[in-house]
Design a protein around this ligand. Structure first.
Ligand code: PMP
Length: 457
């Protein structure tokens, strides 16, 4: 790791053990449950196996969540900077969504027919994200899967292009790694059968030469990308990268699919709308219904027309696009409430102002403690990167990773009342994150940095 040689690793390990012990001592109920459930109903004791992968010794069990506060069954409170890894970016139990849920009482939850909210939601999506034709899905993974299918149907091409370090959910052919310059099935995948390199090519982010070389082959249906990569540390686009990519994809007849599921942190219209990157296809999942499972995907008129023209007239369903609960009255009501009342310029102004304060504070502490780190930020989403300079691709991001330090920061900060997003050092500022929360976090962060055992200079 970039900062590897400045810490006393054995001493850091002892500190981590002490923080883990403190975490355990404060959670007798969750500890007992974890011990019991190792052989219980849910595989590994958790309803989603990712819940075992946090840096803490065992999962805390959540009792209540409101705004940016979590309380676990053992009575511990935390200021939540993870926010369900973005699902709760606009706060837990947000009032407009809870109101919409109450109004479902006599209207049902799902009927596989449009509800009275449908036209309004369609208009809001057009207006907010600038694309004319929309469909709904239940998860961002599904929305990406459907949008990729649309891109292939519309272009009649098979191959797609992704960037090293990407994550677009379980959309199968985005789950690849770049190994010695070759695209391979992602090492962590289970049950993989096909050779993904037949239909997916992976290149480094910000690599214009590699991009141009692939586009020149004339057979790429679609580039799928996050405008800022947020799933391998945080990798910002180099100046001019998006302008080049957009012009080059248009020239090559390749569609651009922007997955704004995380970069919606930029502003109410996402990164593309804020910085003028115009996609042909657009995906947003996670927070779009305030925490209720929903995702939206949009396309240009041309993609829409070619997509549906490619479909036999007399075929019902079974297009490989859509699932039964997509577009339900429940989803529509909650997406409407979120777009109208949560994803507003006012809430974003508060989130962005908070994120700027947090960024300045963290950067100041990194400098004061003389650490070779920096912050990267896309609007209300911030990452602490263990490298003195910005990383420009996934190889650099991986070289900067420091799992031991990361683990220590996460557990030590949680013991002081602050929850970060696992698997990297990501923090989200919600509309409920107050100035006092940020100040308290910075005090804790200062204390935790002071604990890091340093080699003599
Ligand atoms: N796109 C991006 C950019 C993501 O970060 C994620 C999840 N981390 C997804 C898609 C998939 O979301 P979901 O798991 O809700 O399908």
């Amino acid at each position: 790791a970039a900062s590897g040689d400045i810490f006393v690793r054995a001493a850091l390990d002892d500190l981590l053990k002490a923080e883990n012990a403190l975490y355990r001592d404060r959670r007798p109920l969750a500890a007992a449950r974890a011990a019991r459930n190792a052989k219980g109903g849910f595989a590994g004791g958790v309803p989603l196996h990712w819940m075992r992968d946090w840096p803490q010794p065992f999962p805390m069990v959540i009792d209540a969540a409101q705004g940016n506060r979590l309380r676990d069954v053992d009575g511990n409170e935390a200021v939540d900077f993870c926010l369900g890894d973005t699902g709760a970016m606009f706060g837990h139990s947000p009032a407009p969504v809870m109101q919409a849920l109450r109004e479902r009482e006599s209207r049902g939850l799902t009927h596989m027919l449009p509800s009275a909210d449908a036209d309004r939601v369609g208009e809001l999506l057009q207006d907010r994200f600038g694309l004319p034709c929309w469909q709904m899905a239940v998860t961002a993974s599904d929305a990406n899967r459907f949008a990729l299918r649309a891109a292939r149907a519309a272009t009649g091409r098979r191959r797609i292009l992704v960037f090293d370090g990407c994550y677009h959910g379980t959309a199968e052919d985005t789950l690849v790694d770049l190994v010695d310059g070759k695209t391979m099935a992602r090492r962590s995948l289970v049950g993989q059968v096909q050779d993904p390199s037949l239909t997916t090519v992976m290149i480094p982010f910000n690599d214009i030469a590699a991009l141009d070389a692939e586009l020149a082959k004339g057979d790429i249906a679609c580039v799928i990308a996050e405008p800022v990569m947020t799933n391998c540390g945080m990798i910002l686009p180099q100046p001019g990268f998006w302008e080049h990519l957009r012009a080059a994809t248009r020239k090559a007849g390749t569609l651009l699919l922007l997955d704004e599921t995380h970069t919606i942190s930029t502003g109410p219209g996402g990164y593309g709308r804020t910085y003028g990157v115009e996609p042909d296809l657009f995906v947003l999942g996670k927070p779009v219904a305030g925490g209720v499972p929903a995702a939206v995907w949009g396309m240009t008129q041309e993609v829409n027309d070619r997509l549906f023209a490619s479909r036999p007239e007399d075929e019902h369903g079974h297009s490989g696009v859509g699932t039964t609960l997509a577009g339900s009255t429940l989803q529509l009501a909650c997406v409407r409430a979120t777009l109208e009342h949560l994803m507003t310029p006012e809430t974003y102004a508060a989130m962005l102002a908070g994120a700027e304060r947090l960024d300045a504070g963290i950067s100041g502490l990194i400098a004061r403690h003389g650490l070779p780190w920096h912050t990267a930020r896309v609007g209300a989403r911030l990452e602490i990167v263990f490298s003195p300079v910005p990383v420009t691709n996934a190889a650099e991001a991986r070289a900067a990773a420091d799992p031991q330090v990361e683990r220590f920061l996460h557990v030590a900060l949680l013991n002081r009342g602050f929850l970060l997003t696992p698997f990297h050092n990501m923090m989200l500022v919600s509309p409920d994150t107050s100035e006092a929360d940020i100040a308290a976090f910075l005090t804790a962060f200062d204390a935790v940095l002071a604990l890091l055992p340093r080699e003599e200079a």
